[in-house]
Design a protein around this ligand. Structure first.
Ligand code: GLN
Ligand code: ZN
Length: 779
């Protein structure tokens, strides 16, 4: 193994980690429960890593030369970097110092917390629905290289005859994603410690070189984001500083470095990245482009002299079969310009499921259009063969894909005239409601008190509910029995809310497994998978639906449940829908038309649903959009267009509602800064948001912004079983009332209650109602 072997011309940036049947999830959860030992867990993980390497080689990645990424993780890749850097936050020092604490004990303590420690915060990784554990850094956080698991992976692979490429989040991205710990001094920023972190990365690289690794992959997606604490130009300068230093180490003291820039457009940085003292640079050419002029003029090739370019031409975010002819054209043009091209994916395949061939119930025709992780690896291998042997060698494969894409374009359901005609007839008037004043007047008839109390929609999803749903899915109970069960559940939840004394009730969402799949199963244009699991965080995975065709609503979806709930009570019951942006964000969406067009189709289906809800006597409808922030493009240039269509689709969904219908929305998060205009632009009558943990921080900017409609900042943190007292919730309501006029305020929890138990839910909501009462009475 020489230190200067080039990367073979096929690679991927990473592979799903939970296992084809989520074996790792089960192994970890059983270890947490104490049913299995650490040794057993380590063994399962080892087997899984071995299976992944063999599979990748079988699918066409060369075993030699560093083409196979070593991207396993027990929980999260950012947490892996925290451990590799030894950056254990001070508040966990006691855990690390505990007698006999293994690396894994410390790792899971950071991830999940324990009775004495809050876990690390989790937040979304770039514009994906994957969550990472946020590092906490201050001036004194220790940095000390811990290469043990990286080195072990290399040794394991070598035994298997595979020469792997360890993968690690790079130092700049790591520190830009970190937050200053509570102990940090005023003005301290984690990125201030870049040089120290780089020194530790250099030690890690040297340990990897000693273990025989010829390549290492360092991921720097910070390069493509305008949403971080430093401007993008400065991120690039930091990357130059870090990799200038890492690259300067003598060849024997480090593996060759592949620096990646996934998740977006790095075209503005590529010339400078090519000039760095690293051996390969990856660019996402699905979300991003090449610097066209520099490509045409040969300047790009000059910058990449001596540096391989991993062309991320296979989409790692989506599940559609790649247009191979087009991808091949891009890769071949780069190769012709004199660049040493490696075919790659746009990003780590952790965001797509394993294998289309595991799906036994999907329509065969739809299946032929799809590519999950394994198919993506095959596509990479085909393109690489074309680069080595010439396009004639892969013409049969290219022609096959041409055929499949043509079939997809012309298949029934992909384009439905009725749906398209309706979308094209949409005008500005369809996106606006009566004036705010008229709505307020019309809605005063609802008789809603000030500081009205309500919840976000879901009540606890008990074992009983999950069992009934599973029995129904397996055909053990029939539709009638299942519906009867759900009606009883609704009645129970309505009576409970009446007893607690809430003002606006919900039906509890017992019929929903999750907020998107329920609708996907009832709308035309969607398909659901059996095994299409994608890691959301830690051992949690979601199964996104596939939005493949024009979307329409064959029949009402929620009306029966909401109407039944309303029939049981004199109090107002809110209808409960998921908004168009969130439905798109948490599905795999067709890539053959702009997202805006697809969003409008979903919006029209929801608009009809709202009509039907109102017809059935529902007077308040909530349309949840927790993903509005998540889909915000990383690239600032693309944000205005996104905000325009996303807000427009919400308005299209809700603007059919007459003035007297009260429209609510719910946004989970509280990081509003960037999108405050958009939140206002939704024009909802009432917006509920997460606010308890930040102690109402978010209310102030809304107040300053002149936000004039209803706001329900959460007063009850639903993320833990802890019961907030009356006093605590009273105080939060008072803080909110000091920042925004009381008549605009609603009182509600931070989010839905589906992950909570009934005991704590009833106590907490009872306290919430008392707190609202106390503030109303000025007590
Ligand atoms: N209505 C949904 C619920 O209560 C909202 C969930 C969410 O915001 N993620 O569960
Ligand atoms: Zn929420």
């Amino acid at each position: 193994m020489s230190a200067t072997t080039p990367l073979p011309n096929a690679t991927i940036l990473g592979y799903p980690r939970l296992g084809r049947r989520r074996e790792l999830k089960r192994a970890i959860e059983s270890y947490w429960k104490g049913s299995t030992s650490e040794g057993e867990l380590l063994e399962t993980a080892r087997e899984l890593r071995a299976a992944t390497r063999s599979r990748l080689v079988e699918l066409g990645l060369p075993a030699a030369g560093g083409a196979v990424p070593e991207s396993f993780s027990f929980y999260d890749q950012v947490l892996d970097a925290t451990l590799a850097l030894g950056a254990i936050p001070g508040r966990f020092a006691d855990v690390a110092a505990r007698e006999g604490a293994s690396d894994l004990d410390v790792y899971f303590a950071l991830a999940r917390g324990d009775k004495d420690h809050q876990p690390l915060e989790m937040t979304k990784w770039f514009d994906t629905n994957y969550h990472y554990s946020v590092p906490e850094i201050d001036e004194r956080t220790p940095f000390a290289a811990n290469a043990a698991s990286l080195v072990a992976g290399v040794a394991e692979a070598a035994q298997q005859g595979v020469e792997p490429r360890p993968v690690l989040v790079g130092p700049v991205t790591y520190l830009l994603l970190a937050k200053a710990s509570d102990d940090a001094g005023e003005g301290f920023r984690p990125i201030d410690r870049l040089d120290e972190a780089v020194a530790v990365y250099a030690e890690l690289l040297s340990a990897l070189a000693a273990a025989g690794a010829s390549w290492v992959q360092l991921d720097e997606p910070a390069l493509v984001s305008d949403s971080l604490s430093v401007p993008r130009e400065q991120t690039l300068a930091l990357v130059e500083r870090a990799y200038g230093a890492l690259g300067a180490a003598p060849a024997a003291q480090r593996p060759q470095i592949l620096l990646t820039a996934p998740y977006g457009d790095s075209s503005g940085a590529l010339l400078r990245l090519g000039a760095l003292p690293v051996e390969a640079v990856q660019a996402d050419l699905v979300r991003g482009t090449l610097p066209i002029e520099a490509h045409d003029s040969g300047e790009l090739a000059r910058a990449f002299e001596g540096t391989q370019l991993v062309a991320g031409v296979v989409d790692g975010r989506n599940i559609w079969r790649t247009d191979l002819r087009q991808s091949f054209g891009t890769a071949e043009a780069l190769q012709r310009s004199g660049i040493a091209v490696v075919v790659g994916t746009s990003n780590n395949l952790q965001h797509v499921p394993h294998d289309v061939n595991d799906e036994t119930k999907l329509d065969e025709r739809l299946k032929s259009w799809l590519a999950f992780a394994d198919q993506k690896v095959e596509q990479v291998a085909i393109l690489a063969r074309g680069l080595s042997e010439g396009s004639a060698a892969i013409e049969a494969e290219l022609a096959e894909v041409d055929r499949v894409l043509a079939d997809r374009a012309s298949a029934p359901g992909v384009r439905v005239d009725g749906v398209r005609d309706r979308v094209s007839a949409v005008g500005e008037a369809d996106r606006s409601r009566a004036s705010e004043g008229d709505r307020r007047d019309a809605q005063s008839a609802l008789g809603i008190p000030s500081l009205a109390t309500t919840t976000i929609g879901s009540f606890p999803q008990t074992t009983e509910i999950r069992k009934a749903r599973a029995a129904f899915t397996r055909g053990e109970i029939d539709q009638e029995a299942y519906d009867g069960f759900l009606r009883e559940e609704i009645e129970r939840v309505i009576r409970l809310q009446e007893q607690i004394g809430l003002d606006v009730l919900v039906h509890g969402e017992a019929e929903r497994n999750d907020m998107v799949q329920y609708f996907a199963e009832l709308l035309d244009g969607f398909a659901v998978t059996e095994h299409g699991w994608v890691q959301s965080y830690g051992t949690r995975a979601t199964r996104p639906s596939i939005l493949w065709g024009d979307v329409s609503r064959p029949a009402p979806m929620t009306v029966a449940w909401s109407a039944y709930a309303q029939s049981l009570t004199d109090r107002l019951v809110k209808g409960m829908l998921t908004g168009p942006v969130t439905i798109l964000a948490w599905s795999f969406v067709r890539d053959d038309q702009p997202l805006a067009d697809t969003a409008n189709q979903v919006a029209l289906a929801l608009r009809d649903e709202i009509d039907d809800l109102v017809e059935a006597g529902i007077k308040i409808v909530q349309v949840d959009e927790p993903a509005l922030r998540e889909l915000l493009p990383l690239d600032a240039d693309r944000q205005p267009a996104y905000l325009d269509w996303s807000v427009g689709s919400f308005r299209l969904a809700t603007s059919g509602a007459a003035a007297e219908v009260q429209i609510h929305t719910h946004l989970c998060y509280s990081e509003f800064g960037e999108i405050i205009d958009a939140v206002d632009g939704l024009d909802a009558d009432v917006t509920s948001i997460e606010a308890a943990r930040s102690r109402m921080d978010v209310v102030e900017p809304l107040g300053d912004h002149g936000y004039s409609r209803g706001i329900g900042p959460g007063v009850y943190d639903i993320h833990s079983p802890r019961v907030p007292s009356v006093e605590e919730q009273t105080e939060l309501i008072r803080i909110a009332a000091s920042r925004i006029p009381g008549e605009q305020l609603w009182v509600n929890p931070d989010c839905g209650l589906k992950t909570r138990g009934y005991g704590e839910t009833v106590e907490s909501l009872t306290n919430l109602v008392r707190a609202a009462q106390a503030v109303r009475e000025g007590a």
